[in-house]
Design a protein around this ligand. Sequence first.
Ligand code: DGL
Length: 269
Amino acid sequence: MAVGVFDSGLGGLTVLEAAQKRLPDTDFLYYADSAHAPYGVRTSDDIYGLTRGAVETLWSRGCDLVVLACNTASAAALRRMQEAGVPPGKRVLGVFVPLIEALTERQWGDNSPPREVAVKHVALFATPATVASRAFQRELAFRAIGVDVEAQACGGVVDAIEDGDMILAEALARSHVDALRRKMPDPEAAILGCTHYPLLQEVFQEALGENVRVFSQPDLVADSLADYLTRHPGMRGEGPAGFLTSGDPRRVSDGATRFLRRRIDFDAA
Ligand code: DGL
């Protein structure tokens, strides 16, 4: 069955696209919970309930493996879902760990104790809920010591992207970089900790300057998924693929088509 890919809205399409390029023989079923997006301004309990419901929808459609292509859902719900237990044969993965492994120059599954790493000053751009969860700092602390993380909650950016207002999204991204710089004038690296933000990667890079290394998730998550599927070939997805949404399929299809610059057709979940 297909590999499930979940996001609150369109952002996870950046991850889906990279995964499709990396794994051309794998089928994916994408689910956008557009009726409840954005997640980034919701409470942790709310995000947990919505994420659990969405993952159960993908499991019930036959996906054994579901990737939470959403940092907000990964931050608020992944650990809690795994601790509550998933049904036999089903798996759910998040998007934080591949990013942190890249930042800390670790190979997959390197569980050695935390150690000093090259980067010392890291800027994190994410949704208000992801920033409030401190999940990124927690996962980083398992792997690295002495890294100063300054987090910037990027209010409004996801709404603007979902509404197709890229001029507003770009202006907000620049103002969030300014706000970050007031707290950390010289970050060495920046994490785009929301799957909507790769669409604004050039804007972030330009506003941060060329000396700042910008880490973006899609390719990192795609590589890590390819690695996971090599180790768990039974989870490799084969049909039925497609796009589901809890929102209005026509509106979401139009948004997705604009977002990926190719025709995407969503069905009602
Ligand atoms: N794309 C999502 C993320 O990676 C979330 C956006 C939202 O719904 O606020 O965090």
